[in-house]
Design a binder for this molecule. Structure first.
Ligand code: FE2
Length: 387
C-alpha cells in the first residue's frame, strides 16, 4: 500500500470512519452467515439441572425467575438460543411465587408437563396445564404462583435478544405477591375470546383486540390436539388441510386479526404421522423447537440426531431442517417469522436431500463434535441416539 493510501486509512480511523470496499463481503454476504449454530439440548439433562437449581437457588425479587436459558454455543457468553430468540426452562417449586413484574419483551409459556401453577397476567389468573400455550404480551404485568406441593417446569420463550439489539427494553417491578390468588379453570381472557370464530361485539376499538398481541391469554391443549387430529383425519379421507403429506400444523393466532399471537414471535404446533419425513427446508429467521411427545430424528444442516419428549433444538437462519417421525411426533415451534415478514426479509426454499441424509444418525460424529465444542464428553449435545 502506498503511503498516501495508508495515510488515508489512518485518517479514516482517526475520524471514526470505515470504508465499505474493505468489508463489503462481511456486511453483505451472498447468504446469511449466522454466528448461532444448530444445537440440541436434551430434556433428560436439562430437567435434572433445573431441579438442582430448584433445590439451591431461591426464586424472588431481584433475580425474579428461576429460568435456565439455553445458550447457543455459537454465541458464547450470551443466554440466547439464537440471535433473536430466548428460550428457557423455568422451574417453580412447591407453593413458590414468582413476583409480579413487567417488561417490553413479549413472552409465552409452553407447558411440557405438570399443572398447578397459575400465571396472573394483568390481574387475570391463567391456569397452566400440559400442552397449553400461555401468552404474556410485552408490558403486561405478570407473576406466577404454584398452588401444589409438587414442582412444575415449563418452556419460556421471549424476544429478549431482539429487544436488546433494538435497545427497546424497559422493565418495572410490581408487587412481591401475585395480585390474585384465585384459581379459575379458565381465565377471563379465554371466557371473552376463546370461542371459535366468535369475537365479542362489545369490545371497544381501543381495547385489547386492537393491540398487536392476542387478548386470548391461553391456548388449550384440547383445542390444539383436536385441530391437529382433524387435519390428519381429513387427509386420510382424501381432503386438503395438512401442510404436507402426514404433517399437520397449526399456528396460534390473534383472534381479532388472524395474525400471529405475538407481534415478534410465531408459535406453532406440528404433528407428524409415524414414518413421515418432512421436506427439507431452510429460511431466513431462526426458530426453537421442543418435542412435545413421541420420538424421531432431526436433521440440521445434514447432521442427524435422535430426539424424544422434551428435547429442545435451535435452528439458526438458513439452516436446513428435516424432521422424521418414528412414532406420532408432536413438536412445538416458535420463531421470529413475524419480524422477518413485516420487514420484507422473509425468504425460504426447499432443499434436495436424500432419505439417508435426512434420517441417518451418525453417533460417532455427534460425540466427537460435542467433545470438540465443549471440552467434555458429558454435556448437552454429546449423545446422538444413545440415550
Ligand atoms: Fe417476565
Amino acid at each position: 500500500m502506498d503511503s498516501a493510501l495508508a495515510g488515508l486509512y489512518r485518517d479514516f480511523d482517526r475520524h471514526h470512519l470505515l470504508p465499505l470496499w474493505t468489508q463489503r463481503e462481511d456486511l453483505m454476504p451472498h447468504a446469511p452467515r449466522p454466528a448461532a449454530v444448530p444445537h440440541l439440548w436434551r430434556w433428560s439433562e436439562l430437567y435434572p439441572l433445573a431441579e438442582r437449581a430448584g433445590a439451591l437457588v431461591p426464586v424472588g425479587r431481584g433475580g425474579e425467575r428461576r429460568a435456565v436459558a439455553i445458550a447457543n454455543p455459537g454465541l458464547p457468553g450470551l443466554p440466547y438460543a439464537t440471535s433473536t430468540l430466548w428460550a428457557a426452562v423455568q422451574y417453580l417449586g412447591p407453593k413458590e411465587v414468582a413476583p409480579d413484574h413487567r417488561h417490553s419483551q413479549n413472552a409465552f409459556r409452553f407447558v411440557l408437563e405438570g399443572e398447578g401453577v397459575w400465571t396472573v397476567v394483568n390481574g387475570d389468573p391463567v391456569a397452566m396445564r400440559r400442552g397449553d400455550l400461555l401468552l404474556t404480551p410485552g408490558w403486561a404485568w405478570h407473576g406466577h404462583h404454584n398452588t401444589l406441593d409438587a414442582p412444575m417446569a415449563w418452556l419460556d420463550g421471549l424476544d429478549i435478544p431482539l429487544a436488546s439489539q433494538l435497545d427497546a427494553t424497559f422493565f418495572e417491578f410490581g408487587p412481591d405477591e401475585v395480585t390474585d390468588r384465585s384459581t379459575p379453570r379458565h381465565s377471563r381472557g379465554e371466557r371473552l375470546w376463546g370461542h371459535p370464530g366468535l369475537v365479542p361485539v362489545a369490545a371497544p376499538a381501543d381495547g385489547p383486540e386492537a393491540a398487536p398481541s392476542s387478548p386470548l391469554a391461553a391456548y388449550r391443549w384440547e383445542h390444539t390436539d383436536a385441530a391437529l387430529r382433524a387435519q390428519l383425519e381429513l387427509e386420510a379421507e382424501g381432503h386438503d388441510g395438512t401442510l404436507e403429506h402426514g404433517h399437520a400444523a397449526v399456528r396460534f393466532t390473534h383472534p381479532g386479526t388472524g395474525g400471529d399471537a405475538l407481534p415478534t414471535l410465531r408459535t406453532e404446533m406440528h404433528r407428524l404421522r409415524a414414518g413421515v419425513t418432512t421436506t427439507a427446508r431452510r429460511e431466513t429467521g431462526s426458530s426453537v423447537w421442543q418435542v412435545f411427545d413421541g420420538s424421531g430424528t432431526i436433521s440440521l444442516d445434514g447432521r442427524v440426531r435422535q430426539v424424544s419428549r422434551g428435547d429442545l433444538f435451535a435452528v439458526p437462519p438458513w439452516c436446513t431442517v428435516a424432521i422424521a417421525a418414528h412414532d406420532t411426533l408432536d413438536l412445538f415451534r416458535f420463531s421470529d417469522a413475524p419480524v422477518f415478514e413485516r420487514l420484507g426479509f422473509a425468504r425460504s426454499e426447499t432443499v434436495e436431500m436424500t432419505e439417508a441424509e435426512a434420517t441417518d444418525v451418525v453417533e460417532a460424529f455427534d460425540a466427537a463434535e460435542a467433545i470438540e465444542a465443549t471440552g467434555t464428553s458429558g454435556t448437552a449435545d454429546a449423545v446422538g441416539g444413545a440415550r
